[in-house]
Write a protein that binds this ligand. Structure first.
Ligand SMILES: Cc1cc2nc3c(=O)[nH]c(=O)nc-3n(C[C@H](O)[C@H](O)[C@H](O)COP(=O)(O)OP(=O)(O)OC[C@H]3O[C@@H](n4cnc5c(N)ncnc54)[C@H](O)[C@@H]3O)c2cc1C
Length: 543
């Protein structure tokens, strides 16, 4: 690859005022905001183009579960005016087109350097700057380092012997090939049954010769009810954008779905059933985010909604033995990320689809021709690994990030992330995370826009006062970390192994549950962040 010259900046002695890691939803918007400060900015991106999640995950059926018209950026009225969403829940190609449109519209591409994986980022106190080293050895310095490296961007492969020996085609859903994969007449295996697998399986089953699904953890999936958006409907959506975004600001997870204030236990069984039937028949995350207030914290309420969904699964799957395998037994509804589906359960009614429960017959190894379980050997043409991510902190762990005195971030976070508002870290001055661990989460762009606005607001504040060093205090980090832990108390999700509790059996050291997410809800998160600004950032050390 050509060696790009480092661009010296006469004023500051560093190559860039700010470097952003990642060109997904968060990085694209961070670049836009940082440029407004008149900064010299560069984005480093591993991929060959923009889009992040929507650049990488090209697997069949990839789409989001956020309503498209709540997922787009809200910052530009002109952008809202000119972009028409085609589907209520856009597929990956449409979202990637959208993000490319944004990048081109605001002429952002010229500051993004592709095929540039950041391998190391070291802070230098003497120059108050970060030195970044790319995988190929190129080095750059920057005053501010903004990480937008994603919470689901570090894919993991299962620790199964023999994976490299398979002679057919192997694909991880994250690294899906850019050219379409044909399934007609093929014997295909899918390992994994999370949200990604559920989308992929449903789509692949439409054309596959024979499909074998290897399941470790059954999921509580619910219908997506996607649909096309007509021109009239898009016009109505456009006219309602102010109300739509205002509503997203009010809800716990920045979705249009707001928690019902009632308890599942205070209504009659008939009312409860009718409400759940309604939610089950409606599009999107209402069944998860718009449900009774106690289904995710009260065991009895959770058992009732789990029974409701289990009944639906049993109704939809013809073979009672297969249906039973598909009903989760080790966690309640909503305590893991709820996958939304478009005919997933009916796939198992097809004669050419088989479900293998690997708790009963574990996979022993991948062979040259397929997969060997404790029970038998299967032959395949294609093996698909839908085995997810080293979530939330994985993209940070994969960079050698060192702060003051060479302290490694991975080491600091070995027992779980410790941050100030999910944005700053004591001992790591001038590093700001957009959508870092312990930040307010939710419908992503809604939360990412807020996060990037806050970060650039802080940098602007410092810059306007000639300050070149921003750091969280140790006390601030301890307070926020304690608060995040306190907020999560009582959530049934914390009793479950999942990426949301930092467990990934395919990653060394990730076998203990940790609090990875802030669960106080986005409105409270925003309130807290805004109070810090109103107080002139006095909680921080600025110099
Ligand atoms: C299949 C799937 C479905 C999803 N559905 C939804 C949904 O319905 N609603 C929702 O709100 N969210 C959803 N998400 C979450 C999704 O990740 C976010 O919506 C959003 O796209 C994240 O944007 P981001 O820019 O923060 O991170 P990403 O899109 O992950 O982008 C991070 C980028 O950083 C790059 N990067 C990482 N490390 C380095 C490095 N060391 N050097 C250089 N570049 C690096 C990566 O290559 C990547 O391109 C989904 C995620 C997945 C995987």
């Amino acid at each position: 690859m050509d060696r790009l010259p480092a661009i010296p900046n006469g004023e500051t002695g560093v190559d860039f005022d700010a470097i952003v890691i990642g060109a997904g939803v968060s990085g694209i918007y961070s670049l836009y905001r940082l440029r407004e400060l008149g900064f010299k900015v560069r984005v480093f991106e591993t991929g060959t183009d923009v889009g992040g999640t929507w650049y990488w995950n090209r697997y069949p059926g990839a789409r989001f579960d956020s309503e498209s018209w709540t997922y787009g950026y809200s910052f530009s009225p002109e952008l809202l005016e000119e972009w028409d969403w085609e589907e209520h829940f856009a597929g990956q190609p449409e979202t990637l087109r959208y993000l490319n449109h944004v990048v081109d519209k605001f002429d952002l591409r010229r500051d993004i350097q592709f095929k540039s994986r950041v391998a190391a980022a070291h802070y230098h106190e003497d120059t108050r700057s970060w030195q970044l080293t790319l995988e190929d050895g190129r080095r750059y310095t920057t005053r501010f380092l903004v990480t937008a490296s994603g919470i689901l961007s570090a894919p993991t492969m299962p620790l199964i012997p023999g994976v490299e020996s398979f002679r057919g085609q192997s694909c991880h859903t994250h690294y899906w090939p850019k050219t379409p994969v044909k399934f007609e007449g093929k014997r295909v295996a899918v390992i994994g049954t999370g949200a990604t697998a559920i989308q992929a399986i449903t789509e692949i089953a439409k054309t596959v010769g024979h499909l074998t699904v290897f399941q470790r953890t059954a999921q509580w999936a619910a219908p997506l009810h996607n649909g096309k958006i007509s021109k009239d409907e898009m016009d109505r959506i456009r006219a309602n954008y102010p109300e739509i975004f205002a509503r997203c600001q009010e809800t716990y997870g920045c979705f249009i779905h707001a928690t019902d204030p009632r308890s599942a236990l205070e209504v009659t069984p008939e009312e409860r059933e009718a409400f759940w039937e309604k939610l089950y028949s409606e599009p999107g995350f209402g069944i998860w985010m718009g449900n009774f207030r106690d289904i995710l914290i009260d065991r009895q309420a959770n058992a009732l909604i789990s029974d409701f969904i289990a009944h639906k699964i049993r109704q939809r799957v013809n073979d009672p033995v297969v249906a039973e395998k598909l009903v989760p037994k080790n966690h309640g509804f909503g305590t893991r990320r709820v996958p939304l589906e478009s005919g997933y359960y009916e796939v198992y009614n097809q004669p050419n689809v088989e479900l293998v429960d690997i708790n009963q017959t574990p996979i022993e190894r991948v062979t040259t021709t397929g997969i060997k379980t404790s029970d038998r050997e299967y032959e395949f043409d294609i093996i698909i690994y839908a085995t997810g991510f080293d979530a939330v902190t994985g993209s940070y762990d994969r960079i050698d990030i060192r702060g003051i005195n060479g302290v490694r971030l991975k080491e600091k976070w070995k027992d779980g992330p410790k941050t100030y508002l999910g944005i700053l870290i004591d001992g790591f001055p001038n590093l700001a995370m957009v959508m870092g661990p312990h930040a307010g989460l939710g419908n992503f762009p809604r939360a990412a826009e807020f996060s990037a606005d806050w970060v650039t607001g802080l940098i602007r504040f410092a810059h306007e006062r000639g300050l070149t060093r921003i750091e969280a205090t140790a006390a601030g980090v301890a307070d926020w970390t304690d608060h995040v832990i306190a907020c999560s108390e009582g959530l049934l999700a914390n009793e479950i192994d999942s990426w949301m509790t930092g467990v990934n059996r395919n990653v060394e050291g990730k076998n203990v549950r940790r609090i990875m997410r802030y669960s106080g809800g986005h409105p409270k998160f925003r309130e807290r962040c805004e109070a810090v600004v109103a107080d002139g950032y006095r909680e921080l050390t600025l110099a």
